[in-house]
Design a binder for this molecule. Structure first.
Ligand SMILES: C=C(O[C@H]1C=CC=C(C(=O)O)[C@@H]1O)C(=O)O
Length: 475
């Protein structure tokens, strides 16, 4: 769907936010019940979106701009109406209205990039929790009332939430029919196969990538492959997300429109006048590695002290900082990366912090989260250096040779509010729920001149492990 001028009019969003305990009294991840929810969870905090108030889909090179324009139009009513208490005044984060979003990796992908505006956003941060109710004032349910001056309020929100929770409780998958998620029985009903870019195809693509690098066409290239899990029972998406959010607490567990996963990499987070990123590149499998201090020494030796890994990492950091810099008044990126320890792998990591131009005062005049996301995507952590040559070679080696379209994999995924704040991770360590019984996983690796095809293939296995294990496979 191409939607540059959005022929369907944008909604007229209005919202109300209030402090409230999490419905059900448990953690955020326990709100995931039907698999159609949106989620963004880290260290048990974040947001879950329930129901749908509005949705925008688009494709093509103008997808970020089209989404930005739609979002500005959708939130204009709310931002123009400052008299109401739509923005909470009791110290809660200013996050309404709010949309979850996922963007395709490639400009020419036929897969829809989407903004999803949930009807309810349940949020939790720093020990506090809140609820936001979002409605389209022009929708048939509310148009007449809205014309007479009605706006969403807490009493109506609570009534509507009770109704929505009762509806979704009726649609919850039958726990007796759902895969257990662990143990041999669970694995019995699951089958893992190569995707369209097979493991042999991946080795061959890496060989060709290295050849191009040696010929001097480019310095770094990220090549990905896919794999498919088919399950006898419907895939229990909420259970997969709950498992990921518990096991990969330091990662951002995401769910938007069937794209699910837990990414360790933050493309950009905008909070007021501060932008932050976590750049990763350089990976070491923890499977079979020594534990404890011996493991840290091993990671230091094979990551921090390895010129191949450092080179790969430096290119990724530079690709982000060079593009972020024009939007900032100051930018800090340490010269020395740190080792990020995840349950499946170690990564070389660099945290970047920057002060944004034009963000002072009540309303932002500089770039918001979506504009920065467009400027930064794709970094060399998922594309390569130089960016254009790498994108062209990815297209040749993955798409033309094997028919692999990355779709939403390695694209930006996260959320944005009506004030230009937001968080966009890179959709890694994830999968797309293609239908009830089928999930397609993706993983890629940075290829440089010193890359070995067998080692890169093994690295894709390590990167798929979190999702495979969350699905109940012994990986
Ligand atoms: C492309 C992926 O990882 C990127 C992020 C961290 C480390 C990477 C690496 O060491 O190759 C990749 O650049 C993936 O997980 O599919």
């Amino acid at each position: 769907m191409n939607n540059p001028g959005f022929t369907v009019p944008a909604p007229r969003l209005a919202s109300c936010t209030y402090s409230a305990p999490l419905p059900g009294g448990n953690g955020l991840a326990d709100l995931l019940s039907t698999g159609s929810e949106c989620a963004w969870i880290r260290f048990g905090e974040g947001m879950v979106g329930l129901g749908s108030a509005a949705r925008f889909a688009t494709t093509g090179p103008g997808r970020f701009e089209a989404a930005r324009r739609w979002w500005m139009a959708a939130t204009a009513a709310e931002s123009g109406d400052t008299s109401r208490t739509s923005v909470p005044d009791d110290g809660l984060p200013r996050r309404s209205p709010l949309a979850f979003a996922a963007f395709a990796f490639a400009d020419d992908s036929p897969v829809d990039s989407v903004l999803v505006v949930p009807e309810f956003v349940v949020g939790s941060a720093q020990g506090r929790s809140w609820l936001t109710w979002q409605v389209d004032l022009d929708s048939p349910c509310y148009a007449e009332k809205a014309a007479a001056g009605w706006r969403p309020d807490r009493a109506d929100a609570e009534r509507r939430l009770r109704g929505l929770l009762a509806e979704t409780a009726g649609r919850k998958p039958d726990p007796a029919g759902a895969p257990a998620g662990t143990g041999a029985e669970a694995a019995d009903g699951l089958r893992l196969t190569d995707g369209v870019l097979t493991q042999d195809g991946y080795r061959a693509a890496v060989v060709r990538g290295v050849r191009e690098i040696e010929a001097g066409t480019l310095t770094k290239l990220v090549l990905a492959r896919d794999a498919v899990v088919r399950s006898a029972d419907p895939v229990d998406v909420p259970q997969v997300l709950r498992t990921l959010s518990v096991q990969y607490r330091d990662c951002w567990t995401y769910a938007v429109n069937g794209l699910i996963g837990s990414t360790p990499e933050m493309l950009v987070k905008v909070d007021g006048d501060v932008a932050r990123a976590r750049v990763l590149a350089g990976t070491l499998d923890r499977d079979g590695a020594p534990v404890g201090t011996a493991g840290s020494d091993y990671a230091r030796q094979l990551l921090t002290d390895d010129p191949k890994q450092r080179h790969e990492h430096r290119l990724a950091v530079d690709s982000l900082t060079e593009r972020l810099k024009p939007f900032t008044t100051s930018l800090e990126a340490p010269d020395e990366p740190f080792v990020l320890e995840l349950p499946n792998v170690w990564h070389l990591a660099t945290d970047v912090t920057a002060l944004l131009v034009g963000a002072e005062g009540a309303r932002r005049t500089g770039p918001g989260a979506l504009a920065l996301t467009e400027a930064l995507h794709p970094t060399a952590a998922v594309c390569g250096t130089p960016r254009e040559a790498a994108a062209a070679l990815i297209n040749r080696l993955e798409s033309e040779d094997h028919g692999l379209d990355r779709g939403l994999f390695a694209g930006p995924v996260g959320w944005l509010d009506g004030n230009g704040n937001g968080e966009f991770g890179i959709a890694l360590r994830g999968a797309v729920v293609e239908e009830e019984h089928t999930v397609r996983l993706y993983a890629g690796c940075g290829i440089v001149a010193a890359s070995d095809p067998e080692a890169e293939l093994a690295e894709t296995h390590a990167k798929m492990r979190p999702m495979l294990q969350a699905l109940g496979l012994h990986a």
